[in-house]
Each structure stands twice: as structure tokens, then as C-alpha cells.
Design a protein around this ligand. Structure first.
Ligand code: FMN
Length: 338
């Protein structure tokens, strides 16, 4: 290695330490995740929304939180509204928060989905200096390359999106089969809304969103760890008009009522009917009703978290970080890191 390269590497080590981890880190967790609790603050007593929220759109960044009917109107506003991400066990430390402002309310039977604009965020997963060492070049690069990006998020939105991935997001494969449209693709921008509802966001600029809109129903399969690298490769299917089920590199079973092909190894399969959809910005928000929910095994399945949270989770333990990087690389590509 040349002296210049060695100096550059030494400087990088000083600035970032071992915090240069993938933004989307894959880990295996069983369901429901028990690591992180998400609370809505600012409406009287804090409300546990861990299994009642989702990212509704990326640009603009909109969060959706489902509340009991009238909870939003009758809740005594105390201070600013925010989503707060806490360690569920241990010392229940606050790991991140996102400041919110109400944008719209969508009625859902006896609950409602409140959409919030994001006004700012704080991330406590890394020390402040390290955090800004990441943010500054990210902000510069984002500003420079924004015109080229398909999803144009501001620096404020990018930082808040990192906080949203403190909450583990299960990776799923979405199957569609309806009137000549057949497809299967990965999705992680989604969340339970409670009371039989579920929400997910799909990029409006990709075919997959329009296929789901036309089909009006999907089968959602959790991804077991051995299927992860294949599920990742199926990202390309967001842009495909159709897939041939016979050509898929895994065996299939059919979902309970809609009889849609899903991976035979899926530990959980839910069927959903689209109830409402909203074209917000970069993404279409789909609000769906859960029609069936089959659990086949309790094995760990793939979840995605942000690298900053992974660093906090492993308490900066060098050996564990190295092992988890190898695991992440294997999950994504079926290969150990080079
Ligand atoms: C693990 C994973 C999860 C994804 N989740 C979503 C999602 O929730 N919503 C979405 O619109 N696209 C999702 N995508 C698709 C990508 O954002 C992207 O659109 C797709 O890979 C096509 O690539 P392209 O945008 O470079 O053409 C996901 C892709 C991967 C690999």
C-alpha cells in the first residue's frame, strides 16, 4: 500500500472508527421483534405504536401511525409530536426520535391512520461527532447528486429515515397473480397498523406499484435467512412486467385463499386485499386488510436495520461487528465479504 493510501486509511479509521457499516444491514430475528419499542409522544400519555406504524412515503418523508378513533382529536397535545425509538429491554434507552407535524387523517373503521410530515430527527446510536462525520459527506453527496436521484430526499429526510430503521423491518416477498399479471419482488417499507390493517409503500416509478394497484391483492411472505440472497436478487422484478413461476430458483406453495404462489419455505404468509391507496410523492401508500395469516414456523427470518443501530446493538464489540458483517454479506450475496 502506498504511503498516501496508508495515510488516507489511518485518517478514515480516526474519523469513522468501525462505524462504516452497510446502511441496510440484514439480521435474523423471530417474530414479533422484541428489541425495539416505538412510542408516539405529544398526545397526553405516550402511545405504544411499535406495531401500528409505517413509512408511508420517502420523498416527501411521511410517517403513518394508526390510532384509535378520535385519539388524535381528543388527545391532550402536550409539546411537540414525536416518534421515539427505545431499547425494549435493558435500560430502555432512547435510541432515536423523529419530530412530526400532522398532514392528514385517513379513517379506517374504528381506527384512523394519521399521516405526519417529518420536521427533524435525532439519532443516539452513535456519538455526535461520529454521526456528523457520516452526515456531512452524505449531505454534500446528496446535494450534488440529487438531480440524478429517482427518489429525491432532503438531508433532513435521509437522517430521519435512518432513525426509522432502528425499528427492525422484516423483509418480505410480495407475490401477485391476477389477470395476466404475475410477479414476486422484495419489500421492506411496510408495517402493521393493528385491527386487521397493514400498510406498505411502493415506488410509483416502478411497475410493481402499478401491478399491485391493478391486482388489488397480494400474498406477503416473510423471508427465511437461507432465502435472503435470492430475495435480494429479485429486486429487479420491481421493473418487470411478469415472471415465470416455473423459472424461480426455489419451490413454491400456494397461499391459503387467493391460491397465489409463494415460497415453500416462507415461515409466515399473509394475504391482503388493498383497501385504499394514496399516491403521495415518490411512493404510493397502500392500506390493506389482512385476509389470512398463516404461520408455519418460528424460525428467525430476515429483518433490515440501519448500520448505526447495528453498531449500537453490538456495543462496538469488534469481533461481533466483524462476524455480523460476514453474516450480512452472506445473507445478501451468498458470499463471505472479500
Ligand atoms: C431488500 C429490498 C427491499 C426493497 N423494498 C422496497 C419497498 O419496500 N418499496 C419499493 O418501492 N421498493 C423496494 N425495493 C426496490 C428498490 O427500491 C428498487 O426500486 C428496485 O431494486 C429496482 O431497482 P432500481 O430502482 O435501481 O431500478 C426493495 C429492494 C430490495 C433489494
Amino acid at each position: 500500500m502506498s504511503i498516501l493510501r496508508q495515510c488516507r486509511q489511518a485518517l478514515k479509521n480516526i474519523v469513522y472508527g468501525d462505524t462504516l457499516l452497510p446502511q441496510e444491514f440484514t439480521i435474523g430475528l423471530s417474530e414479533p421483534q422484541t428489541e425495539i419499542a416505538v412510542w408516539l409522544h405529544g398526545l397526553g400519555a405516550p402511545i405504544d405504536v411499535t406495531f401500528r406504524h409505517t413509512t408511508a412515503c420517502c420523498a416527501p418523508l411521511i410517517m403513518g401511525v394508526s390510532l384509535d378513533k378520535e385519539q388524535m382529536r381528543t388527545g391532550r397535545r402536550r409539546g411537540n409530536l414525536s416518534l421515539r425509538y427505545y431499547e425494549r429491554g435493558g435500560e430502555k434507552r432512547l435510541l432515536g426520535q423523529i419530530k412530526l407535524a400532522v398532514k392528514a387523517i385517513i379513517p379506517l373503521d374504528d381506527s384512523e391512520l394519521v399521516l405526519f410530515n417529518v420536521r427533524g430527527s435525532t439519532n443516539y446510536c452513535l456519538p455526535k461527532l461520529r454521526l456528523w462525520a457520516h452526515y456531512l459527506p452524505q449531505t454534500y453527496s446528496n446535494r450534488k447528486n440529487l438531480p440524478k436521484f429517482d427518489v429525491k430526499m432532503t438531508a433532513l429526510e435521509l437522517r430521519a429515515a435512518i432513525v426509522t430503521f432502528i425499528r427492525p423491518h422484516p423483509l418480505s416477498l410480495v407475490s401477485i397473480q391476477s389477470e395476466g399479471t404475475e410477479n414476486i419482488f422484495p419489500m421492506n417499507l411496510m408495517g402493521d397498523l393493528g385491527k386487521g390493517y397493514f400498510a406498505f409503500g411502493l415506488k410509483d416509478s416502478r411497475l410493481a406499484a402499478h401491478q399491485v394497484e391493478r391486482a388489488g391483492r397480494i400474498a406477503l411472505s416473510n423471508v427465511p435467512l437461507p432465502l435472503c440472497s435470492i430475495a435480494m436478487k429479485m429486486a429487479i422484478n420491481h421493473t418487470k412486467t411478469s415472471v415465470d413461476w416455473e423459472q424461480l430458483p426455489f419451490s413454491l406453495k400456494t397461499s391459503k385463499q387467493f391460491r397465489i404462489p409463494v415460497p415453500a419455505s416462507a415461515p409466515r404468509v399473509r394475504e391482503m386485499k388493498v383497501d385504499q391507496l394514496y399516491k403521495i410523492g415518490s411512493h404510493t401508500l397502500f392500506v390493506a386488510r389482512i385476509i389470512s395469516d398463516e404461520k408455519f414456523s418460528d424460525e428467525a427470518h430476515v429483518n433490515m436495520i440501519h448500520g448505526f443501530y447495528q453498531h449500537w446493538r453490538l456495543q462496538g464489540h469488534k469481533e461481533k461487528i466483524r462476524a455480523s458483517l460476514a453474516e450480512d454479506s452472506f445473507n445478501k450475496r451468498g458470499l463471505a465479504p472479500s
